[in-house]
Design a protein around this ligand. Sequence first.
Ligand SMILES: Cc1ncc(COP(=O)(O)O)c(C=O)c1O
Length: 505
Amino acid sequence: MHHKRAPTFGSIFRTDSEKLLPPRAPGSSDDPLLAALTTTQEQYIATNAQSYKAHEEACHDFPGGNTRTVLHASPFPLTFVEGKGCELTSLDGTEYVDFLGEFTAGIYGHSNEKTATAVAVAMSKGWNYGGQISTKGNWHGRLVVTERFSPSGIELVRFTNSGTEANTMAIAASLIVTGRKTILAFKNGYYRETLSFPASLKGVNINFPYDFVLALYNDIEGTKAVISSLAKEFIAAIIVKCVQGNGGCIVGNKDFLKFLNQTANELNAVFIVDKVMTSCLLYHGYSFELGLRPDLVTLGKWVGGGMTFGAFGGRKDDGIMSLFDPQIGILGHSRTFNNNIITMAASCVGIDIYNKDQMERLNPIGESLKSKIKAVLEKHGVHPPTTIEASTSPQNQESESPFTGLESGPSLANGVAAKLQQHESGGRAKNHIWITGKGSILCVHFSRECEMSLKALYWHHMLDHGIYMAQRGFMALNIELGEGHVQRCVSAAEEFVVKWKQVLR
Ligand SMILES: Cc1ncc(COP(=O)(O)O)c(C=O)c1O
């Protein structure tokens, strides 16, 4: 017999009912940003009627119509029906140049023929063998032992189904080998929902119940203080990203990262470098360039050739990865799809497609986009706030939500314009726009006072100019993009700056 339970779970977190656009608050039309946003959202709903309908239908089966939080956008996300090269076509028939690049997993664009052929060939021989698949083509050798990732510390590897799983396994192994319980991570570090350290997501996170201690990214002194407040044999692992991609594209400071590596060594803790997103920035990885020597490295996204993927690995002399040797049988890791034929085939060819030449072509395009946008801002007298110049300062670490980027403050996630952050009316608020990033991974930021409304307006503005990117300002370039696309993006950004420069200066 079913025990009927009162539907109370979740009600403590629930805010307003889901309404696309509320009635305009009295006086809101005096505020140019709020008024513009309301109008823009109304236009968005009208011009994307099919996506809206798809969203409404999806709401019947998925909470908020969503099965992947990061894809949520306010007032609703676009639904796409086709991807070709670097272009995406929405359900309403609009074409966009893709500057989101599936958060780097889509670095190959949307229709690379080599990938399609490799997957088709692999599938022509059947799938789901429930056995080892052939490593013909020397898959393991090419990924790990040869030139690409072994210099950065992966000599033995395990494939996973996601970056999250790779990080989870790396942490689990660290706890076992050290016999300790605590992990040092960094604010705004984002290793996925179960390993996520945003300032707050409505005060709730769903982290694994590990003992985490947090320090500020790029803050050596603060990190030293955190560590010295703990007993010496306390920390099992330090997990860090050399560039905080999802945390707002903040580049790790060289001294900071070296300090962490050295500290992990001194404490006999495992040093884990999460390269799930950023291994596309340099051929052997940024950690290699910096001379870091991680004990474990995690990979994901683009390395899977555009398919479901993750990996963790380490050096042979470290002995950690050998614990996964089933002949010894100490640590198990038996995910059903670790060696799925589609990913293995796509990944194998992907690593060739995104080769050194491509990488050395793509990352300068990203740098060029960043410099051009910086030049536009300079030209129009719009400067980053001096305290957050280049956003490498820890100060900014409270403002980025790793999810849609619009949820950290009063909820815009519900599309409730009336809940936007309040700011001075008449365009006199002191605001800033600036861009951070490294190579092909970039993020446009707005300072706090009007962050939500400006971010939302910027996103809509870029969509109106045929540029698709994350609503929180994140961009990851793909190899199908060229200078012409970059120029289009820069021109659209310039138009936005010109339009709002009274508010932005
Ligand atoms: C740095 C980093 N680590 C881990 C993950 C998780 O990867 P996945 O989404 O494949 O689980 C992400 C995803 O965005 C990431 O950016």
